[in-house]
Design a protein around this ligand. Structure first.
Ligand code: SF4
Length: 90
């Protein structure tokens, strides 16, 4: 029988796992609402400052890092919702 383990199973009990490890896709979503929710998750993360500093240093191309949304290495306020295609139904 094969036992499945997650990375958090390998860490001592007193090591806090960032909330973004539960749903990493939310932090790289194309949905502006999901990205805003990811920013909220970061607010209580003890790694917030280091996370954002590292992301800026690496010039992360995309995603929510340290409570900020990055696009091509720069912080942007928000992601615009995609435009509806001409002729599509509402
Ligand atoms: S601050 Fe960084 S490590 Fe913490 S939840 Fe947000 S993205 Fe994850």
């Amino acid at each position: 029988m094969i036992a499945l383990i997650s990375p958090s199973d390998l860490l001592p009990d007193d090591v806090m796992i960032p909330a973004c490890t539960d749903a990493p896709e939310q932090f790289f979503s194309e949905d502006p609402h999901e990205l805003e929710q990811a920013k909220v998750v970061c607010r209580v993360c003890p790694m917030r400052q280091a996370c954002l500093a590292g992301a800026l240093e690496r010039r992360e191309p995309w995603g929510v890092w340290g409570g900020a949304l990055l696009d091509r290495g720069r912080v942007i306020a928000y992601k615009r919702a995609p435009r509806r295609m001409a002729g599509s139904a509402a």
